[in-house]
Design a protein. Structure first.
Length: 309
């Protein structure tokens, strides 16, 4: 067994506009870094957490990263193993960027590597979903799957769990995180439990169109498919200046614009990195003029998932 390992796990964009709970993709920036060391004393311990402003628990049973690893070791019947975790959060929490997913994936990937890779990434996925359930109450895979596999992922079904890797065209993703509070639980509660059949049919067409566009590199179809008639009209109410930001992005080169996860982060996709940077800079200034601070990130799609650093 190796003595130590340091890994990076990426942030993710879940839902991808029309794919509520079934689509997601990973980005190169931001993400989490984790240092894991083997220890002589059995059990999983969190040595330190940086970048969380003291918000995350150090109790290994209550923290997403350690709880996921504990579950993995229990499954492998390795109660003889001792692991020490130092986590560095390099992404905002509660932002809609899959912060808890990145932590869980980083921990599981590191532990699996230290143990000689007994499980495949697909076999690690249920443990990452357990961590996600601990963090936000729902064990969905649209964040953890792309964080683990990289690229675009489609959750074809949950029972049984089936995840499909989709092609990754050349795209630039612009992310803007406004400093407003939109808790995941609150964002889920306002979603309608029933939808009109005509809206469902429209949404199914958009999802199918988006998947087809990824396979055929049809950027025009991709842009026409990045539309949500069910969730976005409701959730966008919680995000200040959403309508302005979307209109500005779409008028300045964006293929599509939407909410990352449950928000408040918004994202847009581009052919051109220059267009993406221009929109990010302009929208950040617009929010600042409204008294709203924000973080911005510009990244290509991450195709690898977690990596050793």
């Amino acid at each position: 067994m190796k003595e130590s390992i340091k890994v990076f796990a990426p942030a993710t964009v879940a839902n991808v506009v029309c794919g509520f709970d079934i689509l997601g993709f990973a980005v190169n920036e931001p993400g989490d870094e984790l240092l894991m060391k083997s220890a002589t004393k059995p059990g999983v311990r969190i040595i330190s957490i940086e970048g969380d402003e003291g918000k995350l628990p150090l109790d290994p049973q209550k923290n997403t990263v350690s709880a996921s690893v504990i579950s993995l070791l229990r499954h492998l019947r390795r109660d003889d193993v001792g692991l020490e975790i130092s986590l560095t959060k390099k992404m905002p929490m509660g932002s809609g960027l899959g912060s808890s997913s990145a932590s869980a994936v980083a921990g599981l990937f590191a532990a699996n590597e230290l143990l000689g890779s007994p499980l495949s990434k697909m076999e690690l996925l249920p443990f990452a979903m357990e961590g996600e359930a601990l963090a936000c109450g729902h064990g969905h895979a649209d964040n953890v799957a792309p964080a683990l596999f990289g690229g675009f992922t489609l959750i074809k079904s949950y029972e049984p769990l089936e995840v499909i890797a989709l092609p990754v065209p050349k795209l630039f993703c612009a992310l803007l995180y406004p400093h407003v509070d939109v808790p995941t639980r609150d964002a889920r509660q306002i979603i309608r439990s029933k939808v009109l059949l005509k809206d469902a049919v429209t949404q199914w067409g958009n999802i199918a169109g988006l998947v087809s566009a990824l396979y055929t590199n049809d950027y025009g179809l991709l842009g026409r498919s990045l539309k949500d008639v069910i969730v976005e009209p409701i959730r966008s109410i919680l995000i200040p200046e959403f309508d302005y930001m979307k209109a500005y992005a779409m008028e300045n080169g964006a293929l599509g614009f939407g909410i990352s996860g449950s928000g408040p982060t918004v994202f847009s996709l581009y052919h051109s990195v220059d267009d993406a940077q221009k929109v990010l800079t302009s929208l950040q200034k617009h929010l600042a003029d409204k008294g709203i601070k924000s973080n911005i990130y510009l990244s290509e799609i991450n195709e690898t998932g977690p990596t050793v650093i």
